[in-house]
Design a protein around this ligand. Structure first.
Ligand SMILES: *[C@@H]1O[C@H](CO)[C@@H](O)[C@H](O)[C@H]1NC(C)=O
Ligand SMILES: *[C@@H]1O[C@H](CO)[C@@H](O)[C@H](O)[C@H]1NC(C)=O
Ligand SMILES: *[C@@H]1O[C@H](CO)[C@@H](O)[C@H](O)[C@H]1NC(C)=O
Ligand SMILES: *[C@@H]1O[C@H](CO)[C@@H](O)[C@H](O)[C@H]1NC(C)=O
Ligand SMILES: *[C@@H]1O[C@H](CO)[C@@H](O)[C@H](O)[C@H]1NC(C)=O
Ligand SMILES: *[C@@H]1O[C@H](CO)[C@@H](O)[C@H](O)[C@H]1NC(C)=O
Ligand SMILES: *[C@@H]1O[C@H](CO)[C@@H](O)[C@H](O)[C@H]1NC(C)=O
Ligand SMILES: *[C@@H]1O[C@H](CO)[C@@H](O)[C@H](O)[C@H]1NC(C)=O
Ligand SMILES: *[C@@H]1O[C@H](CO)[C@@H](O)[C@H](O)[C@H]1NC(C)=O
Ligand SMILES: *[C@@H]1O[C@H](CO)[C@@H](O)[C@H](O)[C@H]1NC(C)=O
Length: 637
């Protein structure tokens, strides 16, 4: 929904701001304001936060993206071909790789997801083989610039002609590579094999965050942990919805052993492995102490097809089964299934989103007429404590105005700043989340919102990040209505990019993550959580936009501000009713060299300063903020 934009052609020459923050009244916040939105968008899950290093490990494919050998290559004189054996590894993984050779060292090589990071640490892997071979396999990591073997291990064969057998191995490099131009190889002595061997599900993991099997990439998880996120909205995004029937993200095909996960033609132009499945998302929530915000499929494919009302019931039941799988105890059918997979303890789900952006692609009329309410009513009948909300703010649902909604905004800096008061007119009953937002294009002379026909910024820019901060403070001021906000997309694989800009960009090289300017701004705002938003005597917004409150976890008063379009440095004088003279205050300020500066591979333009201040009489703290700054003042109560 785009409300009419109020044109504010303002360059402010305000040089001072005095604000008194009251100690009484105010609105309690949800405590969830800052979180993460995630879907696997162009190898940000597979090849990204999901730590698997082998690309196309199981030759997954379907009518949309047929199985391919890429990027595997032959080692020695091997001939590679894909085959659907009469006895496949599993019904989910019907296609395997036949490696034929009659003599010599032969095998297969994989360059990973645009490289493999090789460090002095223990790598863990496995592969499945069928065929006749009684010698050992050699698994190795090889640098193809230096031609050095970095790690190697002999894996005694358990192969058999009659069944698939799994081979586990570990690799501990003795040499670290200073580049990611490494490949993983498996070879065998072809003279000891009977013409050819069949391989499938060939996997290799580095150490993962919290050492979880089938887990997540450490550096990216650590970067996300530093954002102090409160929730994870998953698994999409468009990727939940699917482009065309019969493909959508089916939760039941993302659970259990990897050999039972068929993969899925994601909406971002590649086959998803579904290795990053429902349980992995929940572990991600556990590991970063985040509240799961689960999106369920809502009967709509992105290309337009909608499930008619009289055929929707099985899909509603499927969402209920999914919730039972996550939350049910072992007296329930799906709780028992979860327990049988090794997860006896149920998770708690408090938030469910019905679909994603159901206003787009022609999904709106059916969403408004029956889809949203059918899902919400059924879920709330069985789970009355779950907050079920709509994926768009575009509609008014029949029987009540008090429907929780997900608001998305991709726009330009000036537009975001103009939206500072946007949420003031929302009602508390609406309980809105900002499930996606980002500055995606620079300001133009004409002003206005995003132009989807124009290119987007490759990385967040500082002026965009400050404008987002203004927007977030406008939301936080209305914390009784806006319960959460998440930048989107969260992760970008620089070697296969579809959507820019993104919060964090990465490559296979774990030492070269790009933490964007917006990342730094969110990290600062999120680190200082307000539990009660407090009333202020001066609501004079522009060029300083601000919110004040109390934090019950740190027993401190917090003032957050962002300065945008100021011609001069603003002298701030912030007085807190609950603060006594002499109290210690800490001021954190982020700036950057110029408005359009941004972070890219190897650069970080954001300057952070921390100053200790002392409150004067009446609990007043004085300081100055320059244009295009984001600041947090915290004073002990
Ligand atoms: C910022 O200043 C420019 C230049 O005067 C103006 O065009 C723009 O509308 C201003 N933006 C806001 C949000 O005040
Ligand atoms: C608390 O919320 C109510 C209703 O939205 C609003 O009228 C009031 O101004 C808010 N109080 C503060 C301190 O923001
Ligand atoms: C394997 O089966 C799938 C599904 O029937 C088919 O699309 C594919 O072409 C087959 N692959 C090979 C190598 O026969
Ligand atoms: C090395 O890997 C990087 C990152 O994937 C790639 O850009 C580069 O082309 C590779 N160089 C060679 C010589 O393969
Ligand atoms: C491997 O060993 C089995 C059992 O000893 C034997 O039947 C088979 O012929 C051997 N295969 C080869 C290729 O030597
Ligand atoms: C590595 O091997 C390739 C292919 O044989 C060769 O072209 C290249 O010069 C070698 N590089 C080094 C550093 O030896
Ligand atoms: C998963 O659930 C969907 C919808 O109920 C169903 O069509 C599909 O066959 C299920 N997949 C498996 C592997 O059971
Ligand atoms: C909020 O409502 C007031 C009063 O109706 C109106 O003047 C103002 O423009 C509205 N603000 C926004 C951002 O829609
Ligand atoms: C997204 O990834 C797919 C698969 O690698 C690729 O074909 C596509 O070009 C990527 N999109 C962009 C814009 O790079
Ligand atoms: C802090 O305030 C929040 C409301 O914003 C509340 O949910 C929480 O229970 C409070 N915690 C304590 C320790 O009082």
């Amino acid at each position: 929904m785009k409300l009419p934009f109020l044109v504010l052609s303002t360059l402010w020459a305000v040089s001072a701001l005095d604000v008194k923050v009251s100690n009484t009244g105010g609105n309690a916040t949800s405590g969830y304001q800052y979180g993460i939105m995630f879907e696997d968008i162009n190898y940000s899950g597979d090849g990204g936060i999901y730590a698997e290093l082998i690309r196309n490990r199981a030759f997954q494919g379907d009518a949309v993206f047929p199985s391919t050998i890429e990027p595997w290559t032959a080692v020695g004189n091997a001939k590679l071909s894909l085959q659907n054996l009469s006895q496949p590894l599993s019904s989910a993984l019907p296609t395997s790789l036949n490696v034929a050779a009659s003599a010599g060292e032969a095998g297969i090589s994989n360059p990973g997801y645009w490289g493999i990071d090789v460090k002095l640490q223990k790598y863990t892997g496995s592969f499945w083989v069928k065929g006749s071979y009684n010698e050992s396999f050699t698994a190795s990591l090889y640098n193809y610039l230096s031609n050095e073997t970095l790690a190697t291990v002999q894996v005694p064969s358990k192969a058999s002609n009659s069944e698939w057998t799994e081979h586990a191995y570990t690799l501990t490099p003795e040499i670290a590579a200073d580049n990611v131009n490494n490949s993983f190889q498996i070879t065998f002595d072809a003279s000891a094999a009977d013409g050819s061997l069949d391989f499938n599900l060939i996997s290799l993991f580095p150490p993962t965050y919290n050492d979880r099997p089938n887990g997540m990439r450490k550096d990216l998880m650590e970067a996300l942990a530093e954002l102090n996120p409160s929730f994870l909205r998953f698994p999409g995004g468009n990727n939940l919805e699917g482009n065309d029937p019969p493909y959508y993200l089916k939760w039941n095909e993302t659970i259990g052993p990897l050999k039972d996960r068929p993969g899925y033609p994601g909406t971002w132009n590649y086959e998803n492995t579904n290795g990053l499945g429902l349980i992995e998302y929940l572990h991600w929530c556990d590991d970063l102490h985040m509240e799961p915000v689960l999106a369920v499929w809502a009967g709509f494919y992105l290309s337009g097809p909608v499930i008619p009302e009289d055929q929707l019931q099985p899909y509603i039941e499927d969402a209920l089964n999914q919730l039972e799988f996550i939350t049910g105890d072992t007296s329930t059918r799906y709780g028992t299934l979860r327990s049988s997979l090794g997860y006896p303890d149920p998770w708690v789900i408090k938030y469910v989103e019905v679909g994603n952006e159901d206003n787009l692609g022609g999904g709106g009329p059916s969403y408004e007429a029956y889809r949203f309410q059918a899902f919400r009513d059924a879920i709330n009948e069985k789970y009355p404590d779950i907050f079920v909300f709509a994926s768009t703010t575009d509609y008014h649902f029949a029987e009540t105005e008090d429907v929780g909604e997900d608001y998305h905004e991709y726009t330009r800096p000036d537009y975001f700043v103009g939206q500072f008061g946007f949420f003031d007119n929302f009602t508390a009953g609406q309980k809105t989340m900002i499930g996606e937002y980002a500055t995606v294009q620079p300001n133009t002379a004409e002003g206005g919102g995003v132009d989807w026909d124009q290119a987007r910024l490759p990385f967040p820019t500082w002026i965009g990040s400050v404008a987002e901060a203004v927007f977030l403070l406008g939301a936080e001021r209305n914390a009784d209505k806006i319960w959460g906000a998440a930048y989107a997309p969260t992760l970008q694989n620089l070697d296969s990019t579809q959507w820019v800009p993104d919060l964090i960009s990465f490559t296979a090289d774990t030492a070269r993550d790009v933490l964007s300017t917006s990342y730094h701004a969110i990290k600062l705002l999120s680190a200082h959580r307000i539990s009660t938003v407090l009333p202020m005597d001066t609501l004079d917004f522009g060029p300083v936009y601000y919110v004040a409150g109390y934090s019950n976890s740190s027993n401190s008063y917090i003032f957050k501000a962002a300065v945008y379009n100021s011609t001069e440095t603003v002298d701030m004088n912030i007085a807190f009713e609950g603060v006594s003279e002499g109290a210690e205050a800490s001021l954190m300020v982020l700036t950057a060299p110029d408005a359009e500066s941004y972070n890219s591979l190897g650069s970080d333009v954001v300057k952070s300063s921390v100053t200790t201040l002392t409150a004067g009489s009446g609990g007043a703290v004085s300081f100055a903020l320059p244009d295009l700054s984001v600041a947090v003042l915290e004073v002990k109560g």
